[in-house]
Every structure is written in C-alpha cells, then in structure tokens.
Design a protein around this ligand. Structure first.
Ligand SMILES: [Zn+2]
Length: 430
C-alpha cells in the first residue's frame, strides 16, 4: 500500500513536469496533497502484534494473556492454557455469533470455525462487532479481518455458505469431522458447536449434524421483540435434542419460510444480544475448562431481569432417528457411568481419611478449638459501621435460601415452562 502510494506521487510529479498547460498545475497540486495525506495515514496504520508461542502468566503490560492466566493463580481454572487445544464451531455470525467469536478470540481459543452466507449491511450497525466500512463484505471475511487483528494466535477457518442446502450440509459435516488441528483427538475435530442462527430450519440442521456426529452443542436465540433470549446445552442422548421438544412450527409440518410476514422487521438490541452472547461464551468456557456449573437451559427475560433455568430430558418418541440411537447408547453405558461415579466418590472419601496426623511436634505448634475460632470470627464479619449493609448474604443464609429454592422448585417449574412457551412463540413469529 505504502509503496503504491509513493509510485502514484512520483507519477503525479512527472505529470506536472510534462504538462505544458499551467492552468492544470493547481489541480495537480491538489491531487498531490490528497495522495500525500493517504500516504501518511498508511504509515500510521496500527501494526499487528506478533504471535505468542506460549501463554505466559507474567504480569507485564505487553502480555496479552496475563489477566486470563490469573484465573489459574486465583484457583478458578486448573489449567487455563488448555484453551489453546480447543476448537469451537460457530454457525451464524450475526448479532450473537460475531460477539461470541470476538469473546472466544480474546480468550485465546485455539481454533474457530465460522459459518455464514450473509453480507454485512448498514442495518446491522445497531449491534456490536461489525463496522460501517465492512458493509458489502461477507460476514465471514469481515469477521476474519477483525478477529485476526485482535488475536493472531487463533486459527480461523471461514466457511461462506448456507448449511441448510444439501451441498452446505455436506461441507458442514466434513469440516466438523476434520482433525487437522489436533489429530489425536477422540470423536469429532471440534470440541463444541455453537448455534447462533436466527431460524428453525438452520437449528434443525445443526441438530441433525450434531446428533449424527454425537457432538455436544449449545443453542442460543433472541426473540423477535428483542427483549428475551436463551441458551441451551444439548448433549446427544443425554439431554433433549432440538427435535425432542419440537417448536410449534416444526411440529405442525408447516414450512416456516411461508410464515414470514411481508414488511415485518424483527427488532434487535445490542444489549440483549450482548447478554446472550456473554452467557453463551461463559458457559462455553466453563464447559471447555471444566470449572463451575454449565447451564442446561438458561433463559433471559430483559423486561423483568428474570433468568429461568430448567433441565430437559430426551424424548423417547423423538422424530430424529440419530437422537434415538444416541439415547440407546446413553442407556447402555449407564452401568459403567454409575460404577465410575461410585468409584470417584469412594476415592474422595479415602483421601479425606488418609490425611496424616503429626505425632511429632518439634515446634510445639498447637491448633485452637474450632468452636472458639468460629465464635471469634463471627462478630468481625457481622459488625459493620452504621449505615452499611452486606451486598451478598452470608454463607449460611445463602445455604438456607438454596434449600428454600429447592422446596419451591416444583412450583417454579410451571412458571419456567410458561416462560419457555412464550419465548418459543415469539421466535415462531419470525
Ligand atoms: Zn431428540
């Protein structure tokens, strides 16, 4: 770019020298000024950072991973660097998918596979990620451009295609199976598939592919009115698949494309989409790096700031054959799974018993009574200066609240189902 602009400058100079008409000199000078301006902009363009071989925990300003590796030091994640081994496929690079891709890129994910057939439009600018100068580019190309600048360590694969076509589905399947990134990996070539599409047809395609490949995936969605959304974990055979609990449109066999209303434009908010993308990637990180609890279903009602959760078991009458096969495999493996869980519990109990007692006490160290400690510790945390209150409940209050929650779970599940039904109806209206 810089070299080309310098060539244009010398061409302009040559043009001025050869021009015998002095009235043109002024225009040529104007042109030269504009090219000079472009050349200076090109020179000041940011330089992309070089790749980093190993993730370091060193606390220096130039380390892009110091804040992430701190999760390990704080005991949240056992081995953060493992994130570099994982491949995540994102289907649909729209309001949720693009933001999810950026979050995973910033977290240093090993490899991202991006699928979309659409192009960037000005009408997308109310959401995050894409920029006006990318209008007209395919979403996959624009995403690769931005993501590779943010973190060149991430391996990016872009698939500009529609997964709902026959050809697209074949390419989708073979790309998920490909093990070029980690050849010794068991199962598929990816660790997780994230569905960030905006229609049922595409969701059913992702569902079909993941059921066939026995691939765990997460589904996400935002309603047409922009004020609710959800994420859902789907483990073939273990949890309900997308066809197990069919949405109304699919159940009645109506082609959803015929339901689209002319001139009706779905609403969208960067806030709702950002929240859903955040919940989706938070659960992706928990799933991959094995910390915390991964949500099976988590809804988001923006009007009430209400987050319903629920579990959905597979439907033994599911219309998807691959789902029924996975269910049968899951049931067959039950005795082995139970035995492994029991062995783990026993091993943990043994570790507790085996904590060695020190008979020799060379330094005469004595440990105070537990009750005494508790009594002396309690007042120091409870007594606060006047006018101040605790932001969070104490551990015992929290425990009490959780057991109450357990008691009322049955009553809440009816509300949760109503909420889910409302969200599905809103989605159906797209
Ligand atoms: Zn199913």
């Amino acid at each position: 770019m810089e070299a080309e602009l310098k060539e244009i400058l010398s061409d302009v100079d040559a043009l001025k020298r050869s021009s015998i008409d002095p009235s043109l000199h002024n225009s040529i000078d104007q042109l030269r000024l504009r090219v000079e301006h472009l050349a200076s902009l090109a020179e000041s363009a940011p330089v992309q950072r070089s790749k980093v071989k190993d993730m370091s925990a060193e606390v220096i300003d130039s380390n892009p991973y110091s804040r992430l590796m701190a999760l390990q030091r704080m005991g949240i994640v056992a081995n953060y660097e493992r994130i570099r081994e994982f491949s995540v496929a994102i289907v649909g690079i729209g309001g949720v998918g693009s933001v999810a891709a950026e979050m995973l890129t910033r977290c240093g994910i090993g490899r991202l596979l991006l699928y979309d057939y659409d192009t960037v439009e000005l009408a997308n600018m109310n959401r995050l990620f894409f920029r006006p100068e990318q209008v007209g580019m395919t979403k996959t190309d624009a995403a690769v451009q931005t993501l590779s600048d943010i973190n060149p360590d991430v391996v990016l694969e872009s698939y500009t295609m529609n997964v709902t076509t026959v050809e697209g589905f074949d390419t989708f399947m073979s790309s998920l199976k490909k093990k070029t990134f980690r050849s010794h990996k068991e199962g598929c070539g990816v660790d997780l598939v994230l569905s960030c599409v905006d229609n049922y047809e595409a969701r059913m395609v992702v569902n079909q592919a993941c059921n066939e490949l026995n691939q765990t995936w997460m589904e996400s969605g935002v309603s047409e009115d922009a004020v609710s959304g959800h994420i859902q974990l789907l483990i073939p055979g273990e949890t309900a698949c997308f066809a197990c609990v069919p949405p109304l449109v699919v159940a009645s066999g109506v082609d959803e494309r015929t339901l689209k209303r002319e001139g009706v434009c779905a609403a969208s908010l960067p806030t709702t989409m950002g929240v859903v993308a955040g919940l989706l990637v938070q659960n992706t990180l928990k799933y991959l790096l094995q910390f915390g609890q991964v949500s099976r279903y988590l809804g988001y009602n923006a009007l009430k700031d209400y987050f319903p959760t629920m579990e959905m078991k597979p439907n033994t009458q599911c219309s998807n054959n691959a789902c029924l096969e996975r269910q049968a495999e899951y049931m067959l493996a039950k005795p082995a799974r139970d035995a492994a869980a029991k062995a783990k519990l026993e091993a943990e109990a043994l570790v507790v018993e085996e904590i060695p007692l020190h008979d020799d006490n060379e330094w005469n160290i004595s440990v105070g009574d537990d009750i005494e400690l508790e009594e002396s510790a309690t007042p120091s945390t409870d007594v606060l200066p006047e006018g101040l209150v605790h932001e969070l409940p104490a551990a015992d209050e929290y425990k009490h609240a959780s057991s109450l929650e357990q008691d009322t779970q049955d009553a809440n599940s009816a509300d949760d189902l109503d909420e889910l039904r409302r969200q599905l109806e809103a989605l159906n209206a797209v």
